[in-house]
Ligand binder design. Structure first.
Ligand code: AMP
Length: 193
């Protein structure tokens, strides 16, 4: 299996580029944000708990995330590979993912860190909020989500750098130019296996 993680701050284009990657390479998309929003929309018991965290811009507790990841990865054993979008978000989750994949005799093949200037992140999320129905695309929640990102998710860059898996990609250019750079990195790494 060829497994990829797409990392980056809220608004960096993770969702858009993840969609491009799965379309070109036939990977299975695992977006914890989408999984959680679906729980909220379906009014499940988990949905009512996670809504309180999402609406405030906080991370959802690790035990709920692990449960969702376990379910969503176990039904995907036949896939060419998994693309994790918005997961992991804490060092605890990163360790959990490494262990889980090891049990499946698999591993993370590469990590893409999409980088965008802070001002541009605000512009993108506020622009998206005009069309999206997302309850967390509001100015006050965006501040919190960015703060949480720099405190809890940013350390993952070092975690994956130490594993020799990190590729930093500037996501300031037009979507198709960014995707070209991403595809070059993926193609190069696919040729190595
Ligand atoms: P996203 O769509 O990835 O921006 O996620 C939206 C919100 O869902 C985040 O602000 C968190 O509240 C929650 N969330 C998504 N993925 C995770 C995760 N891996 N760990 C904790 N909370 C998450």
């Amino acid at each position: 299996m060829f497994n990829i993680i797409v990392l980056g701050a809220p608004g960096c284009g993770k969702g858009t580029q993840s969609a491009n990657i799965i379309h070109k390479y036939g990977l299975t998309h695992i977006s914890t944000g989408e999984i959680l929003r679906e729980e909220v929309e379906l009014h499940t018991a988990i949905g009512s708990v996670v809504k309180t965290f999402i609406d405030k811009g906080f991370l959802v507790p690790d035990d709920i995330i692990m449960q969702e990841i376990l379910i969503n990865t176990s039904i995907q054993d036949q896939t060419k590979g998994l693309l994790f979008d918005g997961f992991p978000r804490t060092l605890f989750q990163a360790d959990y993912l490494d262990d889980l994949l090891m049990q499946k005799k698999s591993k993370i093949s590469l990590v893409l860190q999409l980088e965008v200037d802070k001002n541009e992140l605000y512009n993108r999320i506020l622009n998206r909020s005009k069309d999206s129905q997302r309850s967390d695309d509001k100015l006050e929640t965006i501040h919190k989500r960015l703060e949480v990102y720099y405190e809890q998710t940013f350390p993952l860059i070092d975690y994956y750098k130490k594993q020799g898996k990190l590729h930093i990609v500037s996501s300031m250019a037009p979507v198709k130019d960014v995707f070209k750079k991403i595809a070059d990195i993926i193609d190069y790494n696919l040729n190595l296996i």
